[in-house]
Design a protein around this ligand. Structure first.
Ligand code: GLU
Length: 444
Protein backbone atom coordinates (compact mmCIF):
# COMPACT_ATOMS: atom_id res chain seq x y z
CA UNK A 1 0.00 0.00 0.00
CA UNK A 2 1.36 3.47 -0.82
CA UNK A 3 2.03 5.95 1.99
CA UNK A 4 -0.86 8.10 0.77
CA UNK A 5 -3.26 5.10 0.86
CA UNK A 6 -2.03 4.07 4.30
CA UNK A 7 -2.70 7.52 5.71
CA UNK A 8 -6.12 7.62 4.11
CA UNK A 9 -7.06 4.17 5.50
CA UNK A 10 -5.97 5.32 8.96
CA UNK A 11 -8.09 8.43 8.63
CA UNK A 12 -11.11 6.41 7.53
CA UNK A 13 -10.79 4.15 10.55
CA UNK A 14 -10.54 7.12 12.92
CA UNK A 15 -13.32 9.27 11.47
CA UNK A 16 -15.92 6.97 9.91
CA UNK A 17 -18.69 9.51 10.57
CA UNK A 18 -17.13 12.33 8.58
CA UNK A 19 -17.94 11.51 4.93
CA UNK A 20 -17.40 15.04 3.56
CA UNK A 21 -14.01 15.32 5.21
CA UNK A 22 -12.93 11.82 4.16
CA UNK A 23 -13.91 12.51 0.57
CA UNK A 24 -11.97 15.77 0.44
CA UNK A 25 -8.95 14.28 2.19
CA UNK A 26 -8.92 11.35 -0.25
CA UNK A 27 -8.94 13.59 -3.29
CA UNK A 28 -6.25 15.84 -1.88
CA UNK A 29 -4.01 12.97 -0.77
CA UNK A 30 -4.34 11.22 -4.13
CA UNK A 31 -3.30 14.31 -6.01
CA UNK A 32 -0.31 14.79 -3.70
CA UNK A 33 1.05 11.38 -4.64
CA UNK A 34 3.62 12.74 -7.13
CA UNK A 35 5.31 14.88 -4.46
CA UNK A 36 4.80 12.36 -1.66
CA UNK A 37 6.42 9.51 -3.57
CA UNK A 38 9.44 11.71 -4.31
CA UNK A 39 9.91 12.51 -0.61
CA UNK A 40 8.47 9.40 0.96
CA UNK A 41 11.35 8.61 3.36
CA UNK A 42 11.50 12.07 4.89
CA UNK A 43 7.73 12.45 5.06
CA UNK A 44 7.28 9.03 6.69
CA UNK A 45 10.06 9.60 9.19
CA UNK A 46 8.43 12.86 10.24
CA UNK A 47 4.86 11.50 10.15
CA UNK A 48 4.19 14.42 7.88
CA UNK A 49 1.00 13.26 6.21
CA UNK A 50 -0.44 11.87 9.44
CA UNK A 51 -0.01 15.34 10.92
CA UNK A 52 -1.21 17.16 7.82
CA UNK A 53 -4.61 15.40 7.91
CA UNK A 54 -5.36 16.01 11.61
CA UNK A 55 -6.31 19.50 12.83
CA UNK A 56 -4.01 20.91 15.48
CA UNK A 57 -7.13 21.61 17.54
CA UNK A 58 -10.93 21.65 17.25
CA UNK A 59 -13.00 23.77 19.58
CA UNK A 60 -16.69 22.92 19.94
CA UNK A 61 -19.12 24.82 22.08
CA UNK A 62 -22.79 25.42 22.62
CA UNK A 63 -24.31 28.74 21.65
CA UNK A 64 -27.39 29.67 23.68
CA UNK A 65 -29.53 32.57 22.45
CA UNK A 66 -33.04 33.91 22.83
CA UNK A 67 -35.29 34.80 19.89
CA UNK A 68 -37.57 37.85 19.68
CA UNK A 69 -40.48 35.90 21.16
CA UNK A 70 -38.45 34.99 24.22
CA UNK A 71 -37.93 31.36 23.14
CA UNK A 72 -34.48 29.92 23.95
CA UNK A 73 -32.36 28.06 21.41
CA UNK A 74 -29.09 26.14 21.49
CA UNK A 75 -26.84 25.89 18.43
CA UNK A 76 -23.45 24.27 18.02
CA UNK A 77 -20.41 26.44 17.40
CA UNK A 78 -17.01 25.29 16.10
CA UNK A 79 -13.54 26.49 15.26
CA UNK A 80 -11.22 24.08 13.49
CA UNK A 81 -7.64 25.29 13.96
CA UNK A 82 -6.18 23.08 11.32
CA UNK A 83 -2.63 24.10 10.53
CA UNK A 84 -0.44 26.97 11.73
CA UNK A 85 2.82 26.02 10.02
CA UNK A 86 2.98 29.12 7.83
CA UNK A 87 0.98 31.64 9.86
CA UNK A 88 -1.91 32.19 12.28
CA UNK A 89 -5.01 30.12 11.55
CA UNK A 90 -7.06 31.97 8.96
CA UNK A 91 -10.41 31.15 7.43
CA UNK A 92 -14.07 32.03 7.49
CA UNK A 93 -16.98 31.34 9.79
CA UNK A 94 -20.02 29.73 8.20
CA UNK A 95 -23.50 30.03 9.68
CA UNK A 96 -25.71 27.49 7.95
CA UNK A 97 -27.91 24.60 9.12
CA UNK A 98 -25.64 22.11 7.28
CA UNK A 99 -22.56 23.03 9.35
CA UNK A 100 -20.97 20.15 11.23
CA UNK A 101 -17.46 19.05 12.15
CA UNK A 102 -16.98 16.99 9.00
CA UNK A 103 -17.83 19.88 6.66
CA UNK A 104 -15.69 22.32 8.60
CA UNK A 105 -12.74 19.92 8.55
CA UNK A 106 -13.05 19.54 4.79
CA UNK A 107 -13.25 23.29 4.33
CA UNK A 108 -10.37 23.75 6.78
CA UNK A 109 -8.12 21.39 4.87
CA UNK A 110 -8.90 23.20 1.64
CA UNK A 111 -8.14 26.46 3.41
CA UNK A 112 -4.61 25.35 4.40
CA UNK A 113 -3.70 24.84 0.76
CA UNK A 114 -5.60 27.87 -0.49
CA UNK A 115 -3.93 30.16 2.03
CA UNK A 116 -0.55 28.77 1.15
CA UNK A 117 -1.21 29.45 -2.55
CA UNK A 118 -1.72 33.16 -1.81
CA UNK A 119 1.99 33.24 -0.79
CA UNK A 120 0.98 35.27 2.29
CA UNK A 121 1.76 34.15 5.87
CA UNK A 122 -1.57 32.58 6.86
CA UNK A 123 -2.29 29.11 8.23
CA UNK A 124 -5.56 27.24 7.74
CA UNK A 125 -8.71 27.30 9.85
CA UNK A 126 -12.48 27.29 9.50
CA UNK A 127 -15.41 27.60 11.83
CA UNK A 128 -19.05 28.40 12.20
CA UNK A 129 -22.33 27.21 13.59
CA UNK A 130 -25.43 25.27 12.52
CA UNK A 131 -27.39 28.51 12.83
CA UNK A 132 -29.49 29.82 9.94
CA UNK A 133 -29.46 33.63 9.79
CA UNK A 134 -32.18 33.64 7.10
CA UNK A 135 -35.49 34.89 8.36
CA UNK A 136 -33.96 36.07 11.65
CA UNK A 137 -34.31 39.67 12.76
CA UNK A 138 -31.27 41.91 13.13
CA UNK A 139 -31.63 41.72 16.89
CA UNK A 140 -31.68 37.91 16.80
CA UNK A 141 -28.59 37.78 14.58
CA UNK A 142 -26.84 40.20 16.94
CA UNK A 143 -27.68 38.16 20.03
CA UNK A 144 -26.51 35.00 18.31
CA UNK A 145 -23.22 36.60 17.21
CA UNK A 146 -22.62 37.97 20.71
CA UNK A 147 -23.23 34.59 22.30
CA UNK A 148 -21.02 32.84 19.72
CA UNK A 149 -18.16 35.26 20.35
CA UNK A 150 -18.55 35.02 24.13
CA UNK A 151 -17.14 31.51 23.80
CA UNK A 152 -14.90 31.92 20.74
CA UNK A 153 -12.96 34.97 21.98
CA UNK A 154 -10.87 32.79 24.30
CA UNK A 155 -9.29 30.99 21.38
CA UNK A 156 -8.64 33.70 18.78
CA UNK A 157 -6.46 36.79 18.44
CA UNK A 158 -4.66 38.85 15.81
CA UNK A 159 -1.54 36.63 15.97
CA UNK A 160 -3.21 33.29 16.72
CA UNK A 161 -6.42 32.86 14.76
CA UNK A 162 -8.20 35.41 12.58
CA UNK A 163 -11.69 34.38 11.43
CA UNK A 164 -13.70 36.11 8.68
CA UNK A 165 -16.96 35.60 6.84
CA UNK A 166 -18.21 32.70 4.74
CA UNK A 167 -21.74 31.56 3.84
CA UNK A 168 -24.22 33.27 6.21
CA UNK A 169 -21.56 35.52 7.72
CA UNK A 170 -21.21 38.87 5.95
CA UNK A 171 -20.42 42.43 6.97
CA UNK A 172 -23.31 42.62 9.44
CA UNK A 173 -22.28 39.48 11.33
CA UNK A 174 -18.57 40.38 11.31
CA UNK A 175 -19.51 43.75 12.82
CA UNK A 176 -21.47 42.17 15.69
CA UNK A 177 -18.76 39.58 16.31
CA UNK A 178 -16.07 42.26 16.36
CA UNK A 179 -18.04 44.45 18.77
CA UNK A 180 -18.42 41.61 21.23
CA UNK A 181 -14.73 40.60 20.97
CA UNK A 182 -13.69 44.17 21.73
CA UNK A 183 -16.11 44.39 24.63
CA UNK A 184 -14.88 41.15 26.18
CA UNK A 185 -11.14 41.70 25.70
CA UNK A 186 -10.83 45.47 25.60
CA UNK A 187 -8.61 45.05 22.56
CA UNK A 188 -8.96 47.01 19.35
CA UNK A 189 -7.09 44.61 17.10
CA UNK A 190 -7.42 42.95 13.71
CA UNK A 191 -8.92 39.76 15.10
CA UNK A 192 -11.46 39.41 12.30
CA UNK A 193 -11.26 40.38 8.64
CA UNK A 194 -14.03 41.54 6.37
CA UNK A 195 -14.70 44.33 8.87
CA UNK A 196 -16.53 47.55 8.00
CA UNK A 197 -14.42 50.33 6.54
CA UNK A 198 -14.90 52.56 9.58
CA UNK A 199 -13.33 50.06 11.99
CA UNK A 200 -10.34 48.53 10.25
CA UNK A 201 -11.82 46.85 7.18
CA UNK A 202 -9.90 46.88 3.92
CA UNK A 203 -11.06 48.57 0.76
CA UNK A 204 -11.69 45.97 -1.95
CA UNK A 205 -12.29 43.14 0.58
CA UNK A 206 -15.99 42.80 -0.39
CA UNK A 207 -15.02 42.65 -4.06
CA UNK A 208 -11.94 40.47 -3.57
CA UNK A 209 -13.21 36.91 -4.07
CA UNK A 210 -15.25 37.77 -7.17
CA UNK A 211 -12.60 40.05 -8.70
CA UNK A 212 -9.85 37.54 -7.91
CA UNK A 213 -11.87 34.80 -9.57
CA UNK A 214 -12.14 36.81 -12.76
CA UNK A 215 -8.45 37.83 -12.66
CA UNK A 216 -7.37 34.19 -12.52
CA UNK A 217 -9.98 33.17 -15.12
CA UNK A 218 -8.44 35.78 -17.40
CA UNK A 219 -5.01 34.16 -16.89
CA UNK A 220 -6.37 30.66 -17.54
CA UNK A 221 -8.05 31.85 -20.72
CA UNK A 222 -4.90 33.70 -21.88
CA UNK A 223 -2.83 30.61 -21.09
CA UNK A 224 -4.95 28.76 -23.65
CA UNK A 225 -4.27 31.50 -26.22
CA UNK A 226 -7.76 33.02 -25.96
CA UNK A 227 -9.23 36.18 -24.46
CA UNK A 228 -12.04 36.89 -22.02
CA UNK A 229 -13.48 39.71 -24.08
CA UNK A 230 -16.64 38.70 -25.92
CA UNK A 231 -17.01 35.36 -24.13
CA UNK A 232 -20.32 34.16 -22.69
CA UNK A 233 -20.18 33.27 -19.01
CA UNK A 234 -22.59 31.33 -16.83
CA UNK A 235 -22.48 32.26 -13.14
CA UNK A 236 -24.36 30.50 -10.35
CA UNK A 237 -25.18 32.16 -7.05
CA UNK A 238 -26.03 35.79 -6.41
CA UNK A 239 -24.20 36.47 -3.16
CA UNK A 240 -20.99 38.35 -2.56
CA UNK A 241 -18.75 36.21 -4.80
CA UNK A 242 -21.20 36.05 -7.72
CA UNK A 243 -21.99 39.77 -7.61
CA UNK A 244 -18.41 40.96 -7.93
CA UNK A 245 -17.44 38.23 -10.38
CA UNK A 246 -20.27 39.46 -12.60
CA UNK A 247 -19.19 43.08 -12.26
CA UNK A 248 -15.53 42.39 -13.08
CA UNK A 249 -16.25 39.94 -15.92
CA UNK A 250 -18.53 42.49 -17.56
CA UNK A 251 -15.94 45.23 -17.05
CA UNK A 252 -13.42 43.04 -18.91
CA UNK A 253 -15.81 42.68 -21.83
CA UNK A 254 -17.39 39.27 -21.21
CA UNK A 255 -21.14 38.73 -21.10
CA UNK A 256 -22.56 37.03 -17.99
CA UNK A 257 -25.96 35.59 -18.83
CA UNK A 258 -27.03 33.89 -15.60
CA UNK A 259 -27.08 34.09 -11.82
CA UNK A 260 -29.11 32.10 -9.30
CA UNK A 261 -30.19 31.37 -5.75
CA UNK A 262 -31.27 28.11 -4.15
CA UNK A 263 -34.77 28.49 -5.64
CA UNK A 264 -33.91 28.99 -9.30
CA UNK A 265 -31.87 30.88 -11.88
CA UNK A 266 -32.11 34.02 -14.01
CA UNK A 267 -31.23 34.00 -17.70
CA UNK A 268 -30.57 37.44 -19.13
CA UNK A 269 -29.42 37.28 -22.77
CA UNK A 270 -28.34 40.94 -22.60
CA UNK A 271 -25.99 40.34 -19.70
CA UNK A 272 -26.87 40.49 -15.98
CA UNK A 273 -27.41 44.06 -14.81
CA UNK A 274 -25.04 44.47 -11.84
CA UNK A 275 -26.88 47.48 -10.33
CA UNK A 276 -30.24 45.70 -10.32
CA UNK A 277 -28.64 42.57 -8.86
CA UNK A 278 -27.04 44.56 -6.02
CA UNK A 279 -30.25 46.42 -5.27
CA UNK A 280 -32.11 43.10 -4.92
CA UNK A 281 -29.45 41.20 -2.97
CA UNK A 282 -27.57 43.82 -0.96
CA UNK A 283 -30.27 46.39 -0.25
CA UNK A 284 -33.54 44.44 -0.24
CA UNK A 285 -32.06 41.03 0.71
CA UNK A 286 -34.77 39.56 -1.59
CA UNK A 287 -34.89 36.41 -3.77
CA UNK A 288 -33.36 36.42 -7.24
CA UNK A 289 -36.69 35.90 -9.01
CA UNK A 290 -37.30 39.63 -8.41
CA UNK A 291 -34.71 40.29 -11.15
CA UNK A 292 -36.98 38.92 -13.92
CA UNK A 293 -39.81 41.21 -12.78
CA UNK A 294 -37.55 44.25 -13.21
CA UNK A 295 -35.38 43.54 -16.25
CA UNK A 296 -37.22 43.17 -19.57
CA UNK A 297 -36.02 40.24 -21.67
CA UNK A 298 -34.76 38.20 -18.71
CA UNK A 299 -36.32 34.91 -17.59
CA UNK A 300 -36.60 33.16 -14.23
CA UNK A 301 -36.32 29.35 -14.17
CA UNK A 302 -37.79 28.07 -10.92
CA UNK A 303 -36.21 24.99 -9.36
CA UNK A 304 -33.36 24.78 -11.90
CA UNK A 305 -29.65 25.48 -12.00
CA UNK A 306 -28.00 27.26 -14.94
CA UNK A 307 -25.78 24.42 -16.20
CA UNK A 308 -27.79 23.77 -19.35
CA UNK A 309 -27.21 27.29 -20.69
CA UNK A 310 -24.86 27.65 -23.66
CA UNK A 311 -21.60 29.29 -22.63
CA UNK A 312 -17.83 29.43 -23.04
CA UNK A 313 -16.99 29.69 -19.35
CA UNK A 314 -18.75 28.60 -16.16
CA UNK A 315 -18.10 30.23 -12.79
CA UNK A 316 -19.93 28.29 -10.05
CA UNK A 317 -20.21 30.77 -7.16
CA UNK A 318 -23.00 29.38 -4.97
CA UNK A 319 -22.06 26.47 -2.69
CA UNK A 320 -20.42 23.04 -2.47
CA UNK A 321 -21.51 20.19 -4.73
CA UNK A 322 -23.73 22.37 -6.89
CA UNK A 323 -22.34 20.83 -10.10
CA UNK A 324 -22.62 17.05 -10.43
CA UNK A 325 -21.36 14.71 -13.17
CA UNK A 326 -24.46 15.16 -15.32
CA UNK A 327 -24.34 18.94 -14.96
CA UNK A 328 -20.69 18.89 -16.00
CA UNK A 329 -21.57 16.85 -19.07
CA UNK A 330 -24.38 19.27 -19.92
CA UNK A 331 -21.98 22.20 -19.65
CA UNK A 332 -19.44 20.58 -21.95
CA UNK A 333 -22.13 19.49 -24.45
CA UNK A 334 -23.24 23.12 -24.58
CA UNK A 335 -19.82 24.38 -25.51
CA UNK A 336 -18.28 25.22 -22.12
CA UNK A 337 -14.48 24.89 -22.30
CA UNK A 338 -13.46 26.48 -19.00
CA UNK A 339 -14.67 26.15 -15.39
CA UNK A 340 -13.23 28.29 -12.59
CA UNK A 341 -14.69 27.89 -9.11
CA UNK A 342 -15.80 30.87 -7.03
CA UNK A 343 -17.53 28.81 -4.32
CA UNK A 344 -15.69 26.30 -2.15
CA UNK A 345 -15.76 22.87 -3.83
CA UNK A 346 -18.84 23.51 -5.99
CA UNK A 347 -18.01 20.60 -8.32
CA UNK A 348 -18.53 17.11 -6.95
CA UNK A 349 -16.17 14.22 -7.63
CA UNK A 350 -17.99 13.07 -10.79
CA UNK A 351 -18.03 16.61 -12.18
CA UNK A 352 -14.27 17.02 -11.69
CA UNK A 353 -13.63 13.65 -13.33
CA UNK A 354 -15.80 14.77 -16.26
CA UNK A 355 -13.85 18.03 -16.71
CA UNK A 356 -10.51 16.23 -16.53
CA UNK A 357 -11.57 13.47 -18.93
CA UNK A 358 -12.84 16.06 -21.42
CA UNK A 359 -9.58 18.02 -20.91
CA UNK A 360 -11.39 21.32 -20.50
CA UNK A 361 -9.68 24.06 -18.50
CA UNK A 362 -10.59 23.63 -14.84
CA UNK A 363 -9.27 25.85 -12.04
CA UNK A 364 -10.31 24.46 -8.64
CA UNK A 365 -11.67 26.61 -5.83
CA UNK A 366 -8.61 26.66 -3.64
CA UNK A 367 -6.76 28.55 -6.36
CA UNK A 368 -9.62 30.33 -8.10
CA UNK A 369 -11.34 31.81 -5.03
CA UNK A 370 -8.20 32.57 -3.01
CA UNK A 371 -8.61 36.29 -3.68
CA UNK A 372 -10.96 36.69 -0.71
CA UNK A 373 -8.62 35.30 1.88
CA UNK A 374 -5.66 37.00 0.20
CA UNK A 375 -7.23 40.41 0.74
CA UNK A 376 -8.11 39.31 4.28
CA UNK A 377 -4.38 38.83 4.81
CA UNK A 378 -3.80 42.31 3.36
CA UNK A 379 -6.40 43.60 5.83
CA UNK A 380 -4.32 42.01 8.62
CA UNK A 381 -1.21 43.81 7.33
CA UNK A 382 -3.04 47.15 7.26
CA UNK A 383 -4.37 46.59 10.79
CA UNK A 384 -0.88 45.77 12.06
CA UNK A 385 0.60 48.94 10.65
CA UNK A 386 -2.55 50.93 11.56
CA UNK A 387 -2.86 52.28 8.05
CA UNK A 388 -5.37 51.90 5.23
CA UNK A 389 -4.35 51.40 1.67
CA UNK A 390 -6.24 52.82 -1.30
CA UNK A 391 -8.66 50.71 -3.31
CA UNK A 392 -6.23 50.76 -6.25
CA UNK A 393 -3.34 49.56 -4.13
CA UNK A 394 -5.27 46.62 -2.67
CA UNK A 395 -6.81 45.75 -6.04
CA UNK A 396 -3.47 45.80 -7.81
CA UNK A 397 -1.91 43.57 -5.12
CA UNK A 398 -4.89 41.22 -5.49
CA UNK A 399 -4.35 41.13 -9.23
CA UNK A 400 -0.66 40.28 -8.81
CA UNK A 401 -1.48 37.57 -6.28
CA UNK A 402 -3.98 35.90 -8.65
CA UNK A 403 -1.52 36.06 -11.56
CA UNK A 404 1.11 34.45 -9.33
CA UNK A 405 -1.28 31.74 -8.21
CA UNK A 406 -1.99 30.89 -11.83
CA UNK A 407 1.74 30.77 -12.59
CA UNK A 408 2.59 28.63 -9.62
CA UNK A 409 -0.32 26.22 -10.21
CA UNK A 410 0.38 25.76 -13.91
CA UNK A 411 4.16 25.53 -13.49
CA UNK A 412 3.86 23.03 -10.66
CA UNK A 413 1.47 20.87 -12.69
CA UNK A 414 3.97 20.89 -15.55
CA UNK A 415 6.96 20.19 -13.28
CA UNK A 416 5.28 17.03 -11.94
CA UNK A 417 4.25 15.80 -15.39
CA UNK A 418 0.57 16.82 -15.21
CA UNK A 419 0.52 19.75 -17.62
CA UNK A 420 -2.82 21.64 -17.53
CA UNK A 421 -4.08 19.54 -14.61
CA UNK A 422 -4.66 22.44 -12.22
CA UNK A 423 -6.06 20.13 -9.53
CA UNK A 424 -2.70 18.44 -9.12
CA UNK A 425 -0.91 21.78 -9.62
CA UNK A 426 -2.90 23.61 -6.92
CA UNK A 427 -2.69 20.85 -4.35
CA UNK A 428 1.03 20.29 -4.77
CA UNK A 429 1.94 23.98 -4.99
CA UNK A 430 -0.07 24.71 -1.83
CA UNK A 431 1.24 21.66 0.01
CA UNK A 432 4.92 22.11 -0.83
CA UNK A 433 5.30 25.28 1.24
CA UNK A 434 3.32 23.93 4.20
CA UNK A 435 5.28 20.65 4.15
CA UNK A 436 8.62 22.46 4.07
CA UNK A 437 7.59 24.62 7.03
CA UNK A 438 6.27 21.64 8.98
CA UNK A 439 9.48 19.68 8.45
CA UNK A 440 11.60 22.64 9.53
CA UNK A 441 9.58 23.12 12.72
CA UNK A 442 10.00 19.55 13.94
CA UNK A 443 7.45 17.14 15.37
CA UNK A 444 4.81 19.53 16.65
N1 GLU B 1 -14.48 32.30 3.57
C1 GLU B 1 -13.50 32.75 2.61
C2 GLU B 1 -12.76 31.56 2.05
O1 GLU B 1 -13.33 30.50 1.93
C3 GLU B 1 -12.60 33.83 3.17
C4 GLU B 1 -11.84 33.48 4.39
C5 GLU B 1 -11.07 34.63 4.99
O2 GLU B 1 -11.13 35.73 4.46
O3 GLU B 1 -10.42 34.41 6.00
O4 GLU B 1 -11.63 31.62 1.64
Amino acid sequence: MSYVDEVYEGLKAKHPHEPEFLEAAKRILESLDPIVSKNEDVYRKNALLERFVEPERIITFRVPWTDDKGVNHINLGYRVQFNSAIGPYKGGLRFHPSVNQSILKFLGMEQILKNSLTSLPIGGGKGGADFDPHGKSDAEVMRFCQSFMTELYKYIGKDTDVPAGDIGVGGREVGYLYGQYKRLTGLYEGVLTGKGLTFGGSLARPEATGYGLVYITDEVVKGAGKELKGKTIVVSGSGNVAQYAIQKAEELGAKVVTCSDSNGYIYDPNGINFEVLCQIKQVERARIKEYAKRVPGSEYHEGERPWGVKCDIALPCATQNEVNGEDAKKLIDNGCWCVCEGANMPSDEAAIDTYLAAKILYMPAKAANAGGVAVSALEMSQNSERLSWSFEEVDSKLHDIMVNIYKSVSETAKKYGYENNFVVGANIAGFEKVATAMLAQGLV
